[in-house]
Design a protein around this ligand. Structure first.
Ligand code: ADP
Length: 270
């Protein structure tokens, strides 16, 4: 039995990936959303500050529109995301209402980093939402307006990095990244079945980067590469990140009680 971890977490950001939210049959995993709503609502009621960063808009949109493969054309992706985002928020709304919570939708772009005014505005919104007793902010990239052009980059690129940026912005103690895999392995377990789960990572070195393979499912986008970039940002700001399987979001309780769940990214090995 491994030692307990010391996890400081008065302010927590939880990121849930598309591969956890959407089943292989393209249907949304309502069981996961309901459990997530239960866990985050109880943390909030216990006095913790909680922010949810949710992927899944395109995946959910594909299900609503009956599209089987992720569109390649950007405008099509944006349209599918617009449909999916509305559906997703409706589902979150209903799930959180069960526990007396409201949700606040925050659709943001990279402008919050590049433009001081946008930064101030988003910080003010976060502060107000976090100070509300029964409200959880749910963040996603504003897919319909983001562009990635030479003179104007408004895209974060992916929600893994977005969640790390949000963790930095709101000065959270911990980022919990819920994916479809138990943690970071010595190699992609889909390709190397005897790959070993790594308990803790203190530095993103070339060996770790080399161990990150592609994404696992047709819905997943970033794979481990973007999760490592996120972890790099977290370590740079002396924060902590736990990467684990989100199939049962109650795992968040285990993480907060110090159980050695998933992979802990920290500068202070425990
Ligand atoms: P999400 O939708 O949660 O962001 P992704 O599908 O983008 O998830 O990424 C998770 C996938 O990354 C896993 O299912 C796994 O197949 C793949 N992967 C690649 N390299 C590794 C590794 N070293 N350890 C764990 N998973 C890995």
């Amino acid at each position: 039995m491994q030692n307990k971890r010391f996890i400081s977490a008065d302010r927590i950001v939880v990121k849930i990936g598309t591969s956890t939210l959407i089943r292989q049959n393209s249907k949304i995993n309502l069981k996961v959303i309901k459990k997530l709503a239960h866990v985050l609502s109880s943390l909030k009621k216990d006095g913790k500050d909680v922010v949810l960063v949710s992927s899944g808009a395109i995946g959910v949109g594909m299900g609503v529109l009956g599209i089987d493969t992720r569109p390649i054309k950007i405008s099509k992706q944006q349209a599918v995301a617009a449909v999916g985002q509305a559906e997703l928020m409706q589902i979150y709304n209903e799930a959180f209402h069960e526990y007396g919570m409201s949700v606040g939708q925050m659709l943001i772009t990279r402008d919050i980093i590049d433009y001081p005014e946008s930064h101030t505005n988003v910080m003010n919104s976060f502060q107000e939402l976090l100070s509300m007793e029964n409200t959880i902010p749910i963040v996603n990239e504003n897919d319909t307006v983001t562009v990635s052009e030479l003179d104007h980059h408004t895209k974060f690129g992916d929600n893994d990095q977005l969640s790390a940026i949000v963790t930095n912005l709101v000065d959270a103690d911990l980022l919990i990244m819920l994916s479809d895999i138990d943690g970071f392995y010595s190699a992609n377990p889909l390709k190397v079945p005897d790959a070993k789960l790594i308990d803790q990572i203190t530095k993103i070195n070339p060996d770790i980067i080399a161990a990150a393979g592609g994404h696992g499912t047709k819905f997943g986008t970033g794979g481990m590469t973007t999760k490592l970039k996120a972890a790099e940002l977290i370590l740079k700001h002396n924060q902590q990140m736990v990467l684990t399987n989100g199939k049962n979001p109650e795992v968040i309780f285990n993480i907060l009680s110090g159980e050695p769940v998933g992979t802990l990214f920290t500068k202070n090995p425990q």
